[in-house]
Design a protein. Structure first.
Length: 328
């Protein structure tokens, strides 16, 4: 079944509000309209959770709302991923993809937020990958303590010289790189990404978004961003996770939630098979941190329900990220 993004959004909203709450994922592209509750003080969690994928200024969300959202979800450590600088060039679709196509804040905003909330937030570093000064700009924030280069979401080939340079920089600073894969839009040529994995075996890469999650299915149609129905195991994503020690997966966003929900039998086996490779992220733009509009909270609930045991659940929600990002 083929869904356009507009159809996916409509179906997601309707199903998310149904009593059983077991429909398609609501994409993170549209924030919940409800106002944010005042942020509650951070309290020690009996079961800590690391969220590897959040943004400042996400679709205009305030800093106060972001803080409230993360605390409401029970997240104890959040990694903030910045956008690159706003520029008009083919890799940003002539500016249409600036702000990660979601009005997200850049490097300075994530550094400032993390400094304001130490112990709860850390930050990544980013730049438009094909800018001549990309390495210099990213390196400036790596020297300040950035934990990751992300979110790499630009219209370049995924095995291009630009991505190779990003990988070299990540190798120099021993940080992961998070890649947004989307057919014909961002980091093109997903089926060729094995070349980068092989060229840079010491660099850890984290896969994210529509092409990444669609390709859990061996029979995936790349024109479908949010495929439905049963999954045939053995897709490119499954093989990357199995064959390459330096490939990891980000569970976040509507694409991740859709993949987890579409075939629960497959999901149970997938989570068990890749229990050491999958990382919880929300990439959720709503302001509440709970309810049907919060894809991050819904993803967390699916993990808790479908993980085969408590050990796997804790790996996905905390232990894997703690290890990969060297978080205390």
């Amino acid at each position: 079944m083929h869904l356009t993004r507009r159809q996916f959004l409509a179906a997601s909203t309707a199903l998310a509000c149904a009593p059983c709450g077991r429909g398609l994922a609501q994409t993170t592209a549209v924030p919940a309209p409800a106002p944010a509750a005042p942020p509650q003080p951070a309290v020690p969690a009996t079961e800590p959770v690391i969220d590897i994928h959040q943004h400042t200024e996400y679709h205009g969300r305030t800093d106060e709302a972001l803080l409230a959202h993360q605390r409401a979800m029970g997240v104890t450590m959040t990694i903030l991923l910045p956008a690159g600088r706003p520029v008009e060039r083919p890799s940003t679709h002539n500016g249409k993809s600036n702000g990660l196509a979601a009005k997200c804040g850049g490097n300075e905003t994530v550094v400032a937020f993390a400094k304001k909330h130490p112990g709860e937030f850390v930050f990544g570093a980013n730049e438009v990958s094909d800018l001549p000064e990309a390495r210099q700009e990213i390196e400036k924030y790596l020297k300040l303590g950035a934990k990751i280069i992300a979110e790499q979401k630009f219209g370049v080939e995924c095995d291009s010289t630009y991505i190779q340079e990003i990988a070299r920089l990540a190798q120099d600073y021993d940080v992961p790189v998070l890649m947004h894969f989307q057919h014909n839009t961002y980091n093109l040529g997903f089926e060729r990404f094995h070349k980068i994995l092989e060229q840079f075996p010491k660099v850890n890469f984290i896969g994210h978004a529509q092409a990444w999650w669609g390709n859990i299915d061996k029979n995936h149609d790349p024109k479908q961003n949010y495929p439905l129905g049963k999954v045939t195991p053995g897709g490119i994503t499954d093989r990357y996770l199995t064959d390459y020690p330096n490939m990891f997966g980000d569970l976040s966003a509507g694409s991740g939630l859709n993949a987890l929900n579409r075939d629960e039998e497959h999901t149970r086996a997938f989570l068990e098979r890749h229990q050491n490779k999958l990382l919880y992220g929300s990439d959720c733009a709503d302001a509440l941190g709970r309810g049907p509009g919060c894809s991050g909270g819904r993803t967390m609930a699916v993990v808790r329900r479908l993980a085969a045991n408590k050990t796997i659940e804790r790996k996905l929600l905390y232990e894997n990220s703690k290890r990969l990002f060297k978080l205390g």
